[in-house]
Design a protein around this ligand. Structure first.
Ligand SMILES: [Zn+2]
Length: 77
């Protein structure tokens, strides 16, 4: 079973579908039991969706924002 911290560490790869099958299954298992990580992933997904629609110049700032969200998430766990 993943910890919330490990889930956060895997989250961007999970959203990019970069995880191996085993890792993806552990992430899903964790998400099934942990509403806080579900909420976190939802925020990440929204942020990534926004990133894709923006001109490149705006991206570094939003990447900083994503990193900050991940930081906050770690502190709260
Ligand atoms: Zn969790």
């Amino acid at each position: 079973m993943l910890s919330c911290k490990e889930l956060v560490a895997h989250s961007s790869d999970y959203l990019d579908a970069q995880l191996r099958l085993r890792e993806r299954i552990s992430v899903r298992a964790h998400l099934a039991l942990c509403w806080r990580c579900r909420r976190f992933l939802r925020q990440m997904r929204v942020t990534q969706g926004v990133l894709r629609r923006l001109p490149e110049a705006a991206i570094p700032e939003l990447e900083a924002l994503t990193a900050r969200l991940a930081e906050l998430r770690k502190q709260n766990s």
